[in-house]
Design a protein around this ligand. Structure first.
Ligand code: HEC
Ligand code: HEC
Length: 392
């Protein structure tokens, strides 16, 4: 919350920049009059894709307590981005799309420890759930104002950087960016989609492809969980949401409220009181005494970065097993046991945790589990606007 309010001027500045950069071709009558596709164009689209004749709304539906009303999502760009996100033609052997490893039904994560890329290669880390991308988005703040970088080792600061990484990673999609542009030009449905987004004369460029994917990915926001509904009820009369999140929620069962209290005491210091942008960008949570994969330390070589990883969002966490950067914990029960009794004495173990663990009783563990399940958001995992648009 604080982050969003804090970064408002910067975000607005970014919005202005963004709007100029994606201004449509003013000479194109069709686009200006918002008749999105020509009849011929829509006929081609419909041969391959389930896309409505006029684009869906991608504006994020922030709950009132967010106190913000961004309308910055361009639906034509996001629609184009959605098709790119699901298009297997954009990988070397045409078998992998972004969605192969980020599956909507499970909070845009994957259900295996390591995902499969082209040629059946395994990724080096566990796929991250895209549950709260707006929290990390470049639209919502600069780095110095708490923007949270992407990837387990924080190595990308924008979705464009991140998406370039996925396209060109030989274990994931195995492409060069110019080859991606070539594949886009090959597919007949992209001409009308690009025309709607950029004007009919515009060329397909790497920047346009990345901008459209960014638009789609940044439009992903999960705000409809039981937890959000409870917080909205508490916050309807105003007040500080972080403290209101600590009070019992009227729509929660007793056990969920007990679990929430445990979460607020023991977990929220890193994972955020409102289960939104993590309170800390990086940390070590004592998975082992020493790590095979040192995360941020592997990049920087610095001893104080060894075993440090991004603090992931816990949105839809009950759907996104297995857990941690290496997928080494199979269930939430195992995660809770880790924090209760399994914290290892890593030299960089965070000051918010100790090797003694939280020593939860059976009842505590069940309550914490019940609470974590309240972050599942069925609207997010089923809504058509984020779903696979391809006709099979
Ligand atoms: C082969 C599997 C695979 C494919 C294909 C893939 N990803 Fe990922 N994605 C991952 C993995 C694994 C991670 C975590 C990697 C890491 O942190 O080092 C990740 C991380 C991310 C993140 C960072 C999330 C965060 O919270 O930091 C975003 C955003 C993302 N992917 C979007 C995309 C987009 C967009 C595409 C398509 C251009 C894509 N991914 C293609 C597996 C994949
Ligand atoms: C000191 C900061 C910190 C605290 C406190 C903390 N975590 Fe974490 N948590 C992390 C970090 C860092 C990771 C990623 C570690 C890794 O992958 O190596 C993580 C990962 C997780 C994951 C895996 C998510 C995924 O998508 O793979 C879950 C679930 C989780 N924590 C739940 C909890 C719960 C429940 C509590 C309270 C009992 C808690 N955490 C307390 C820092 C913390």
């Amino acid at each position: 919350m604080k982050m969003i309010k804090f970064s408002l001027p910067i975000a607005l500045f970014a919005v202005c920049l963004f709007m100029t950069s994606c201004q449509k071709d003013g000479t194109n009558e069709d686009v200006v009059s918002h008749s999105y596709y020509t009849p011929e164009g829509f006929a081609v689209i419909s041969e391959y894709l389930n896309i409505p004749e006029s684009p869906m709304e991608y504006k994020l539906d922030f709950p009132d307590y967010y106190n913000t009303d961004f309308t910055l999502y361009d639906k034509d760009l996001a629609t184009l981005g959605r098709v790119l996100f699901y298009d297997e033609n954009l990988s070397e052997d045409r078998t992998i799309s972004c969605a192969s490893c980020h599956k909507q039904a499970i909070g845009f994560s994957d259900d295996v420890a390591f995902s499969r890329g082209i040629a059946n290669n395994e990724t080096a880390r566990n796929s991250l759930a895209l549950g709260s991308v707006f929290s990390f988005s470049e639209y919502y703040g600069s780095e110095s104002f708490g923007r949270i970088p992407f990837f387990w080792d924080n190595r990308a600061t924008t979705v464009a950087e991140q998406a370039t990484g996925s396209f060109t990673n030989p274990l994931e999609m195995g492409m060069e960016m110019h080859e991606v542009v070539g594949r886009v030009n090959e597919q007949p449905y992209y001409a009308p989609l690009f025309a709607a987004a950029y004007g009919r004369t515009s060329e397909v460029t790497q920047d346009n492809v990345l901008e459209a994917i960014t638009e789609f990915v940044n439009s992903m926001g999960s705000f409809d969980s039981k937890f959000d509904k409870g917080l909205s009820m508490k916050a309807s009369g105003g007040g500080n949401t972080t403290s209101l999140a600590r009070e019992d929620f009227p729509n929660f069962t007793n056990i969920e409220n007990v679990g929430k209290a445990i979460y607020q005491n023991d977990c929220a210091g890193c994972h955020s009181p409102v289960v939104s942008a993590p309170s800390r960008t990086r940390s070590n949570n004592g998975l082992a005494v020493s790590y095979v994969d040192n995360g941020i330390g592997k990049l920087t070589g610095s001893s104080q970065d060894m075993g440090m990883f991004k603090v992931p969002t816990l949105r839809n966490v009950a759907l996104s097993a297995p857990y941690m950067h290496d997928g080494s914990l199979a269930t939430l029960e195992e995660v809770i046991e880790h924090y209760s009794s399994g914290i290892a004495a890593h030299p960089n173990l965070d000051f918010g945790l100790t090797v003694d663990g939280f020593n939860y009783s059976q009842a505590d563990k069940e309550a914490l589990l019940a609470f974590l399940q309240t972050t599942s958001d069925e609207e997010y995992t089923t809504t058509v606007k984020y779903s696979d648009p391809f006709k099979q």
